[in-house]
Design a protein around this ligand. Structure first.
Ligand code: GRF
Length: 222
């Protein structure tokens, strides 16, 4: 069977860009067949821009403060993505809500990463909220973006135990390590044509039912 071509990615960031780095590294290792056509940041000082440049990836800064509305900002982002024939949009620490302008243009083709086991602890303080609630398992989630905050169909999750003495930073750092595994993996599933959205559920085709191993990652990742 012919292999699928590399997926043309647009990555949206606002900050450090370690998830962007994980995607770049996965491509370089040959674990992910993708081409990052552009990295767009809404902030000029996002560290992730430098990571992209260092790897020869085109970058653009589109400052949301220069637009009268969320929709106008999204139109500018959409134009940049379309100009580069982007097929899949990865939100990698992108701190803006998307409007219907983007969601309608890329149905089932925008992925986000969040540092909690959704639907628990949506919003910007996932690890802190998990500690304060007292859960024993925290983690991260890759999901397809739909209207609303952190509510779309779940693609992959990884669970990370909350350890005695954890504070927000320590837990967030361990969760981040798992984010770096599952985000490239979710994009690889997409590139391989293995993701099928069935209502709220995402079926990973060809997924073999293996026992989970620590850290718990579902679906299991080899
Ligand atoms: C990650 O923790 C992600 O879950 C959240 O924002 C953070 C981005 O980190 N959405 P980075 O910019 O990829 O380093």
């Amino acid at each position: 069977m012919a292999e699928n071509p590399a997926v043309k990615l647009g990555v949206l960031i606002s900050g450090t860009g370690t998830n962007l780095q994980a995607i770049i590294d996965a491509i370089r290792r040959g674990d992910l067949k993708a081409e990052i056509r552009i990295v767009i940041s809404n902030r000029a000082d996002a560290q992730g821009l430098e990571r992209a440049r260092r790897h020869g990836v085109e970058t653009a800064v589109i400052d949301h403060r220069k637009f009268a509305s969320r929709e106008d900002f999204d139109c500018a982002v959409l134009a940049a993505l379309r100009e580069r024939s982007v097929e899949l949009v990865a939100l990698a620490g992108f701190m803006r809500l998307l409007s219907s302008v983007m969601l309608d243009a890329f149905p089932g083709r925008i992925m986000n990463i969040h540092n909690s086991l959704l639907p628990s602890f949506p919003g910007i303080h996932g690890p802190k909220d998990a500690i304060e609630y007292g859960v024993k398992l925290a983690g991260c989630t890759v999901f397809f973006v739909t209207p609303g905050v952190d509510v779309g169909p779940v693609i992959i999750q990884a669970a990370v135990p909350v350890l005695p003495g954890d504070d927000e930073d320590r837990l967030a750092a361990r969760i981040l390590q798992q984010e770096h595994r599952i985000f490239p993996q979710a994009i690889a599933f997409f590139q391989q044509g293995r993701l099928e959205i069935q209502g709220r559920r995402v079926v990973v085709k060809g997924d073999s039912a293996q026992p989970n191993s620590a850290p718990i990652v579902n679906p299991p990742i080899e």
